[in-house]
Design a protein around this ligand. Structure first.
Ligand code: GLU
Length: 429
């Protein structure tokens, strides 16, 4: 899971967009408008560290488009965060909300920091500082942040508390992914991982594969991966390998056990960022393989659920011939060259902004609940989530079949057309 510093996620998002703009014959004005974020903020956040020093962190918030509704997107805490990664994800968030047809736009934020080396008080100060710097640009009607890489419910609650202190009153709809009982939605933690499996279930049906006859290898062991593994197991699938970041060694490790990984057991030996304790895993019978070994496993399904740019031109050739499906849990895990290569080999890639849209869909449900201050039961949340994800998959798969497109291109066609017409209907273009 190393970040390749030469890789530019925004260039990749723009080239994906340009390809579809050509395909659907998008006019020059709409194309120019949609290939660039509408608003960008870059700022500094001074934090008094536990050792008394002041450290200055760099933060971002970018709104790509809000024609279909208030902007929505996560906040990433990552040491290799760049403004271009945030731009790319803000753009993907626009397409993600559009493809599942929820009335929200796309945004993303981040802070360049390494939470592995920040205490809870320092992280709280960062969250509060991030909100203070954005000030009144945030409101439930304009832009609503949520968790992303290395942020979670506690971060959202600190951010909400700072926001409410600034604004006065209670505004639970300003952040999503909050703890249940403090304005959070039941199912939000599970939603991205479960959403992946709802889409996978439909895709397997189409390929004529029974879930209980399949195996998977997963990259990442954070919130998304853990819940995907859980539900995939419940529909009968067997996860045989999991790759995660080993902070102590500064490298990724793939853990493999032929009989399948035991989710509860692995969770019991995992730190808060999804790092698995190597000695304990080996004692429990897991083979520790190199970080990239996850993509070489002889399985039916690969689930990249960590970071962007993990399946690349350099390594996609090592994907085992048995692999039929790539289920993208992360944002932007497959580089365009790898995408082409996999497609050429007949691998179905379930594209990120469709497959991992369960998180933002549940965030939308959370916003609705928070704004009403009335919270639904788990079954209601998950039932609605399944309905949305299944409908989105069917619409995309249908278009892909009719126009002989990849699922990614079909999802882009649907999403870009929806956003472009919202901009035109408003009279912006
Ligand atoms: N960060 C998540 C994503 O990439 C969720 C965003 C949200 O819930 O607003 O989809």
């Amino acid at each position: 899971m190393t970040a390749n510093r030469a890789f530019n996620a925004f260039a990749m998002a723009q080239s994906q967009f340009d390809k579809i703009a050509d395909l659907i014959g998008l006019d020059a004005g709409t194309r120019a408008y949609l290939r660039t974020p509408a608003r960008e903020r870059r700022f500094t956040i001074p934090v008094r560290m536990d050792d008394g020093r002041v450290e200055v962190f760099e933060g971002f918030r970018i709104v790509h488009n809000d024609a279909r509704g208030p902007a929505k997107g996560g906040v990433r805490f990552h040491p290799h965060e760049t403004i271009d990664t945030v731009r790319a994800i803000a753009m993907w968030m626009t397409w993600k909300c559009a493809v599942v047809d929820i009335p929200l736009g796309g945004s993303e934020g981040g802070v360049v920091c390494d939470p592995h080396h920040l205490g809870p008080r320092e992280q709280e100060a960062l969250c509060r500082g991030w909100v203070r710097q954005l000030g009144r640009e945030l409101s439930p009607e304009t832009d609503v942040p949520a968790p992303d890489v290395m942020t979670g419910p506690q971060h959202m609650l600190w951010m909400l508390d700072e926001y409410e202190t600034m604004r006065g009153g209670r505004h639970p709809g300003q952040f999503t992914g909050k703890p249940v009982g403090m304005g959070g939605s039941r199912g939000r933690l599970q939603s991205t991982g479960y959403g992946l499996v709802y889409v996978l279930r439909e895709a397997l049906k189409e390929l004529g594969l029974r879930p209980d006859a399949t195996t998977a290898s997963v990259q990442g062991f954070g919130n998304v991966a853990q819940h995907a593994i859980e539900l995939y197991g419940r529909i009968g699938g067997r996860t045989v390998a999991v790759s995660c970041w080993d902070e102590g060694r500064g490298e990724a490790v793939t853990y493999r056990r032929d009989g399948g990984v035991d989710l509860a057991e692995l969770r019991g030996m995992t730190d808060r960022y999804g790092g698995i304790d190597r000695a304990r895993a080996e004692a429990a019978g897991y083979a520790a393989l190199p970080g990239e070994a996850w993509l070489e496993q002889e399985v039916d399904i690969l689930m990249p659920c960590a970071l962007e740019n993990q399946l690349t031109a350099d390594n996609a050739g090592r994907v085992h011939p048995r692999v039929r499906l790539v289920l993208e849990g992360a944002n932007g895990p497959t580089a365009p060259e790898a995408d082409e290569l996999l497609r050429g080999r007949g691998v179905t890639v379930l594209p990120d902004f469709l497959a991992n849209a369960g998180g933002v869909t549940c965030s939308y449900f959370e916003q609705v609940q928070s704004n009403m201050n009335y919270y639904w039961e788990m079954d209601e949340v998950l039932g609605k989530l399944d309905q949305k994800m299944t409908a989105a998959y069917i619409a995309v798969a249908d278009l892909a079949r009719r126009q002989e497109l990849s699922l990614r291109d079909a999802a882009y066609v649907l999403a870009i057309n929806r956003v472009a017409s919202a901009c035109r209907d408003r009279g912006w273009l």
